[in-house]
Design a protein around this ligand. Structure first.
Ligand SMILES: *Cc1c(COP(=O)(O)O)cnc(C)c1O
Length: 714
């Protein structure tokens, strides 16, 4: 492995020995949620750090030797370096915290977490949206808490899609292949020193995967890559990008994820006792767990029971497109040789994945996972209810409230999503240990002690940072692509840091209704053109490449940005990614969320905003039903487009905009700052990934690990 000092030296031959630990640090995403570690790279050379888009591997490869040598001779730098490295090594080697010890007592091997996407950092484009960030935040929090977990997924060289908006507003896709050698991922090597390649079992012609590893603090994330010469061209494309539209290729993708993923863990010698499936895509892993037990002589029913008792399944959406259903002829093509290995005939096998309300539709991955896991959950209280209704026909004898689908509300990884300036402010007023103890609600009471002017000043600084970032992006396009001046306006060059700014950034799935605010154009124009109290809106987000309706909505919005009637106060920023999300959730004044209820199972971008003092204006759906308390933002029930748009206009007009512009004699809108504080107070503990992971442990992991332990004792 690259962690090996010799290999690191080969990789970064110009890094002096005294600071050779930079190489090791660069390959562990731990740096991404520790500002002091990021600072270590930034201090070397700020322009180079910016140029690398905050990717230390890329930066270390490209930075001239003189800069490194000068750092290695600079006592101030070395002092900081030693402190960070010491902390890094302590945390990586340290004992698990009390919370994890409690699990380790069961004496089990780690939990295996499988997900089709991971949102970890801008340098690793392996995500499409919220599902991926949820997975990424879960891993980071498990590392912080010392929960023994290994994760499995795909190395997608083309990511989801790199968005480019045409002059006429139509979304296009730019081909961009990840430079694997410049990303914080390592090749996993076999004993001959070559990259490990594993053959996916039970598929012919064969599919091979090369194995990569991302170190997420203490949690290893293994990624499979089919783009290698051993594979024929069709197979090479399996892991090209996320959520391939073609159903057969999608099925092959999920076979590789579930069955190939299990094989990779086996080859690495990683035994695991509990499986956690993040959404249905990796659910074929369940089959392998059953098959192995049958191979050892167990009958199907016993094997299935054991597997069920040690499997956790999280369903993430009520939207039908989020649940893969594979036609039976495709299942036969890929699994007819597999049915007998489970001792099942075709019909009994296929029954495992049939949704009783649509029996002819095919093999439903969610229905299959729900049946085969003892621990199922939706991702908010409301989504739990919706999921129990949606899947009740799987348990025809039970009453709705007894349907075995619980709920664990999503949370965000606080160290990742807190703006560094806010973090410093919190350090000052919440006590130095607030971050270590952030799921303790008492800590957040002291937010009231932050003087209004300090919070407001920090906040304005962050807002200006967002607007500068947007303008800088627009300038780059203007210079590099020589695009039309209209596109430059669309990209946000006329944004005004003094104007009240609303943000809307998310995937352009139609249910999210990105264009709801345009429902009554005259009304909207009045807000935008108000001389003394203007509103401006920043949009960002991508439509799925196959979703023409989503692209039409995007185009409609884009065309408004270029229309002088809208005063240059609407911007659309291209290529929404983790970096732009960070700037936006921190730097706008209000975060808008208006999906069609109950489609947004949870929503997490609003939590990222409120954690940083950006209040939420949202329909009462998903997490906001639990989060809204009347003081920390605004909520409205969903009654269809007309009334929902009306509710937003009315709130903006009668409450929100007047409150924001009610600036008192000292230059501060104290009443607005009060809402900001309430927003912060209500997020940090209850909607943190720490609270969420602890809930997974207490509700599910603990019991599942116990079942696993008692089985292995048999
Ligand atoms: C948090 C996040 C999401 C998820 O946001 P939702 O509120 O669930 O729509 C999507 N994309 C990025 C880049 C994010 O950071």
């Amino acid at each position: 492995m690259l962690q090996d000092a010799g290999l690191l030296r080969d990789r970064f031959p110009h890094v002096p020995d005294r600071i050779a630990g930079l190489g090791e640090l660069a390959y562990n995403l731990w740096w991404s949620w520790h500002p002091a570690a990021r600072m270590l790279f930034k201090m070397l050379d700020r322009p180079a750090w910016k140029e690398s888009v905050h990717n230390p591997v890329k930066m270390l490869r490209e930075i001239p030797r003189e800069i490194l040598e000068s750092a290695a001779g600079n006592p101030d730098y070395l002092e900081h370096y030693d402190a960070v490295l010491e902390r890094f090594h302590n945390e990586m080697g340290g004992k698990p915290c009390w919370f994890a010890e409690n699990i380790l007592d069961t004496g089990c091997s780690p939990i295996a977490y499988f997900s089709a996407e991971y949102g970890l950092h801008r340098s690793l484009p392996f995500y499409a949206g919220g599902l991926g960030f949820l997975a990424g935040d879960h891993l980071k929090e498990c590392s912080d808490l010392g929960i023994p977990l290994v994760a499995m997924g795909f190395m997608y060289p083309e990511g989801y899609l790199r968005q480019k908006i045409r002059v006429d507003g139509w979304q296009e896709h730019v081909d961009e292949i990840l430079d694997r050698d410049a990303a914080p991922i390592e090749r996993v090597l076999n004993d001959k020193g070559q990259q490990l390649v594993v053959k996916v079992p039970f598929i012919d012609p064969p599919i091979f995967v090369a194995v990569w590893k991302v170190s997420v603090g203490k949690v290893p994330l293994y990624l499979m890559d089919t783009d290698i010469e051993l594979n024929d061209p069709w197979n090479r494309l399996i892991s090209a990008h996320l959520y391939i539209g073609d159903m057969e290729q999608r099925l092959r993708q999920e076979i590789v994820l579930g069955i190939g993923g299990r094989e990779v863990l086996d080859t690495l010698g990683i035994r695991h006792s509990v499986l956690h499936l993040n959404e249905g895509h990796p659910a074929f892993a369940i089959l392998e767990r059953i098959r192995e037990r049958i191979e050892d002589g167990m009958g199907f029913d016993d094997a299935a029971r054991q597997v069920r008792d040690t499997t956790v399944f999280t369903t993430h959406t009520p939207v039908p497109a989020g649940h893969d259903v594979f036609p039976f002829h495709l299942m036969d093509k890929y699994f007819s040789h597999y049915y007998p290995k489970l001792g099942l005939d075709r019909d009994v096998f296929l029954q495992l994945g049939i949704h009783p309300e649509q029996p002819a539709a095919g093999f439903n991955m969610t229905a299959f996972a729900l049946r085969m896991s003892a621990y199922n959950n939706g991702v908010s209280k409301r989504h739990g209810e919706v999921a129990r209704k949606m899947w009740r026909s799987l348990w025809p004898d039970r009453k709705e409230e007894d349907i075995p689908i619980d709920s664990i509300t999503n949370g965000i990884h606080v160290p990742t999503w807190i703006e560094p300036k806010m973090e410093l402010l919190f350090n000052k007023y919440l006590g130095e240990s607030w971050l270590k103890d952030h799921d303790n609600p008492d800590i957040w009471k002291t937010v009231d002690d932050i003087p209004d002017e300090e919070l407001w000043q920090a906040y304005i600084w962050v807002k200006i940072k967002l607007i500068n970032f947007i303008r800088e992006q627009a300038r780059k396009r203007w210079v590099e692509e020589r695009n039309s001046p209209l596109n430059i306006i669309a990209g946000g060059t006329l944004l005004d840091p003094m104007a009240f700014t609303m943000g809307f950034a998310r995937r352009f799935a139609t249910y999210k209704r990105a264009d709801l605010i345009f429902h009554d154009l005259d009304r909207l124009k009045k807000f935008l053109n108000s001389r003394w109290r203007p509103l401006q809106i920043i949009f960002a987000g991508k439509a799925h490449p196959a979703d023409d309706e989503g692209k039409r909505i995007l185009q409609r919005i884009f065309n408004f940005t270029e229309n002088p009637d809208f005063a240059g106060r609407i911007a659309f920023v291209e290529d929404y990614d983790e970096q732009l999300a960070q700037y936006m959730v921190h730097g706008v004044d209000l975060w808008l969320n208006n999906p069609v209820p109950p489609m947004e199972a949870c929503g997490t971008s609003g939590m990222k905003a409120t954690l940083n003092g950006v209040p939420h204006l949202s329909i009462l759906d998903g997490w906001w039903i639990e989060g809204f308390n009347g003081r920390n933002g605004w909520g409205f029930p969903g009654f269809g487009d007309d009334r929902d748009a009306e509710a937003i206009y009315t709130l903006l007009e009668s409450e929100i905009i007047p409150l924001y512009y009610k600036i008192e004699d000292d230059g501060i809108p104290h009443q607005w700052v009060k809402v900001m504080k309430e927003a912060i107070k209500n997020t940090g503990a209850g909607f943190s990934a720490r609270r969420m992971v602890k809930e997974y442990v207490n509700k599910f992991y603990h019991k599942a690990l116990k079942s696993a332990a008692s089985e292995s004792a048999l």
